[in-house]
Ligand binder design. Structure first.
Ligand SMILES: C[S@@+](CC[C@H](N)C(=O)[O-])C[C@H]1O[C@@H](n2cnc3c(N)ncnc32)[C@H](O)[C@@H]1O
Length: 451
């Protein structure tokens, strides 16, 4: 099991990847006056576990440090425990994190029931969570706080945002509870609000911004199809997007430039997350590449980043004509409008990020064949950036990948996220002789297929 501690939770912590392989049995017990976390594993790297627990702890409870930490070792069974200064907070926090990473296997029925009693409310109010975050983005709360530079009181925030203090206080109370913002004292000792690592993801600009993805998924156009999901699962209805809008998402985007821009902006924001991981973790894949076609490359953001990182590459951004006609110009990138079901421009490497998951197997094989025809038989390759659904093992992003699969069900005709076996199937059917799969620190993995 991999815990990447430089991820979502761990911005302030300087450790990178912790490898905890094959958990065998794991227990969590909360002591009366201190917190004990017991983890039993076949291969235990004590230092990594220590860092993992301590970093989780430090990240959310900056002001309280473990004042004791010890480990015991008896053969293959080892026990780590640490004692906190603020026992109650740390114990509930550690319990919550461990549950989220699904390492509590030994829950009793009563514990499961107690958990369900709380969990069910997440589904009752699931949409409200998205709506509150959307509201924060639309109001530009994080941007105003960033501009201010120091913690802001409610009165300062409401004045700058031009909002009523009472409803703003209620919104902020929820957002603080969800760690989107935090409470901090201002320089003159009054209570104020400050940014957290989550806040920067809600800003409309910046390297970490995910605002455009929230705005796309929470748009009325993308929300409407979800109401037709059960009919789609029963198999007695057209695809949900078609039920809601009378056509598929790509034809809809052709006739609705505002929605098309919403999609391209959201894709650009995912490029900002995934491409740096590709560049850092798979740079050898781009060695000696002359030309690279980004098939379904949207506004060219991905390609701009790739060409900047690997300046020897000549990039072709290939997407539907209405998409490339509004794509910004960029040195080293040529925009070509066309339909990938007709052809893919000739190239050394065809690159597809978050394109194949929009399509069922038949179309996916068709697109891959077009890519195969476009590359040289001897040194050509196809680079695919897509999620790989884990069948057995757990991963901190597994839930995101499963939700993405639901998004495909709601928003495309036959699109889906695929397991490693399903990727092998479509690649084999498209005539590729072999492929490699490399997980990166993103929702997607990098699959490289060879003719
Ligand atoms: C989910 S987006 C992915 C965008 C981009 N690759 C990224 O990940 O940032 C899918 C893209 O496929 C494009 N697309 C859909 N149908 C297409 C077709 N028939 N030919 C070329 N591009 C197409 C869409 O316009 C859209 O930009």
């Amino acid at each position: 099991m991999d815990y990447n501690c430089s991820s979502a939770l761990q911005q302030s912590v300087t450790i990178s990847t912790i490898d905890i392989s094959k958990p065998r049995r794991q227990n969590l017990s909360i002591g009366g006056s201190y917190t004990t976390v017991r983890i039993q594993m076949r291969k235990l790297r004590l230092r990594n576990i220590y860092l993992f627990l301590r970093s989780l702890y430090k990240c959310h409870y900056e002001e309280c440090q473990p004042h004791a930490f010890k480990h015991l070792s008896t053969g293959c069974k080892r026990e780590l425990s640490f004692t906190s200064l603020r026992e109650r907070e740390s114990s509930s926090f550690v319990m919550e994190e461990l549950r989220e990473t699904r390492i509590t296997e030994n829950m009793s029925e009563e514990e499961e029931d107690a958990r369900a009693e709380v969990d069910i409310w997440r589904y009752v109010f699931g949409f409200a969570e998205m709506a509150v975050v959307k509201c924060a983005i639309e109001l530009g709360i994080a941007e105003v706080m960033e501009g201010h530079g120091t913690p802001m009181t409610l009165s300062e925030l409401s004045t700058q945002l031009g909002c009523e203090p009472t409803p703003l206080h209620r919104i902020m109370r929820v957002l603080v509870h969800r760690r989107v913002f935090k409470e901090k004292f201002t320089s003159n000792g009054t209570r104020g609000y400050a940014l957290t690592p989550l806040s920067s993801r809600l800003m409309k600009h910046g390297k970490r911004s995910m605002a455009a993805l929230v705005l796309l998924e929470s748009s009325p156009v993308m929300l409407a199809p979800w109401h037709a999901l059960s009919a789609c699962v029963r198999g007695n209805g057209p695809p949900p997007f078609k039920v809601a809008h009378g056509e598929d998402v790509w034809s809809y985007a052709t006739g609705h430039p505002t929605h098309s821009k919403l999609i391209s902006d959201a894709m650009a924001c995912d490029a900002g997350l995934a491409v740096p991981a590709i560049v850092e973790e798979c740079c050898d894949v781009f060695d000696g590449v002359g030309t690279l076609v980004d098939v379904g490359g949207a506004d060219g953001t991905t390609l701009r980043m790739l060409v900047k990182a690997f300046p020897w590459i000549r990039g072709i951004n290939f997407d539907l004509p209405h998409v490339v006609s509004v794509a910004p110009a960029c040195d080293g990138v040529v925009h070509i409008g066309g339909d990938m079901f007709d052809y893919v421009p000739n190239t050394d490497v065809a690159f597809l990020k978050w394109v194949l998951h929009d399509w069922g197997d038949e179309e996916c094989i068709d697109i891959l064949r077009k890519c195969r025809e476009a590359i040289p038989e001897d040194k050509g390759k196809v680079i695919i950036v897509e999620a790989v659904i884990e069948e057995e093992e757990e991963h901190r992003l597994k839930d995101v990948r499963l939700m993405l699969d639901m998004v495909m069900m709601a928003h495309t005709n036959k699109g889906k996220e695929r397991t490693a076996k399903e990727w092998s199937f479509v690649l084999g059917q498209a005539g590729f002789s072999r492929h490699t799969v490399k997980p990166i620190r993103a929702v997607q993995s990098v699959i490289v297929a060879f003719p």
